[in-house]
Ligand binder design. Structure first.
Ligand code: PLP
Length: 361
């Protein structure tokens, strides 16, 4: 099987448009010059629309996890408590990062289950400095109630740190309305650029919180990102991954050409289509929803049918030229996931479902 013939239907990395790949092969430029400044400003403009924010936007060279660590490392000290919400692998990752920098008071849910907001509020009543949430928990295919968590964070004066890695650029994410202090996404997900960049928004309140930190990370110091970005010729503090920035800019132009409303609608429709197919194939969705949670619009997680491992389904699909994802960690073998994010088109969904039907027979 030629790698170039494999259709990536996993929740990142996603297929990258040929024009994005071409952009990445341009000769290098001076990252302290006007050309880079114009490119960075252009990226930040489109990202501000995607994030629906007037907060500062930065692009960090590093994957989404670097953005998660920057958010925690810059705001949480050894005595601070973080209420870390976990209902999947990436919520667990936020909890683990928070434990490296401060104290953690976790809200632990079965992976794929929904949070009880009363339990979350109870934890916040103990005076946490921050709360972490994964908006779209990729490992379980569940969309968590960011708006409600934002309301609770505000009520209890906690910083709201949100992973929007698989929602930003594909789904409706209202950073300012929801009061998200630090939000993170990764280039290889809904904006359909190559992996390697973390895009972040940071509020004034988050910067004020950084002022009373005794120690900040060095490479991931968000104040250094702000200082460099605020210069007249916008820069990053250290040498940026220039080819990735070329790719990101082109990918963001595609987002702008499609328009965020149309893009969100496409993701929603594709989610509905995959869920209808799941039902028609006699499969069961994995997430256990409550009235505040929803199925993800960018990745669908299904239980493997009785007697079949999801690893085998994944293997058979790969042999047919379609790469889907299995379950991660404790969900390995039990669930499989179809990514419908980035530039995945309805024809890609149709082909995936058609091949899945054959594999399951
Ligand atoms: N958060 C979520 C929700 C993700 O889906 C992922 C990656 O799949 C990450 C964080 C980690 O991002 P990265 O692998 O780019 O570090």
């Amino acid at each position: 099987m030629e790698i170039e013939d494999t259709l990536l239907m996993m929740p990142g990395p996603v297929p990258v448009a040929p024009r994005v790949l071409r952009a990445m092969s341009r000769p290098m430029i001076n990252h302290r010059g006007a050309e880079f400044a114009a490119m960075y400003d252009d990226c930040r403009d489109v990202l501000a629309d995607i994030f629906q924010t007037s907060n500062d936007i930065f692009v960090v060279s590093g994957s989404g996890t670097a953005g998660m660590e920057a958010a925690i490392g810059c705001t949480i000290g050894p005595q601070d408590t973080v209420v870390a919400l976990e209902n999947g692998k990436f919520g667990e990752r936020f909890k683990d990062i928070a434990a490296r920098y401060g104290q953690v008071d976790p809200v632990l849910c079965e992976w794929g289950n929904s949070f009880d907001l009363a339990e979350v509020e109870k934890k916040l009543e103990n005076g946490a400095r921050a709360i972490t949430l994964v908006h779209n928990e990729t490992s379980a295919g569940i969309l968590n109630p960011a708006k409600e968590i934002g309301r609770l964070a505000k009520k209890h004066d906690a910083l709201f740190i949100m992973d929007g890695v698989t929602s930003l650029g594909g789904d409706d994410v209202k950073i300012d309305d929801w009061g998200v202090d630090i939000a993170v996404t990764g280039s290889q997900k809904c904006v359909a650029a190559p992996p390697g960049l973390a895009m972040m928004s940071v509020s004034k309140r988050a910067f004020e919180a950084m002022d009373d930190m005794d120690r900040m990370p060095y490479y991931l110091d968000l104040k250094a990102y702000k200082k460099s970005a605020d210069k007249p010729g916008t820069q990053t503090p250290y040498t940026p991954a220039i080819p990735l920035f070329f790719g990101l800019q082109e990918a963001l132009h595609i987002v702008r050409e499609e328009g965020m409303n149309a893009r969100m609608e496409r993701h929603r429709t594709e989610g509905v289509a995959v869920r209808a197919a799941v039902k028609a194939l006699g499969l069961e969705m994995f997430p256990q929803l409550n009235e505040k949670s929803q199925y993800s619009n960018t990745v669908s997680a299904m239980k493997a049918p009785e007697g079949l491992s999801s690893d085998d389904i994944k293997k058979d699909m790969k042999a047919r030229g379609i790469m889907i994802a299995g379950g991660q960690n404790r969900l390995s073998g039990k669930i499989f996931r179809i990514g419908h994010m980035g530039n995945a088109m309805p024809k890609d969904i149709m082909l995936t479902i058609q091949q899945l039907e054959i594999v399951l027979k």
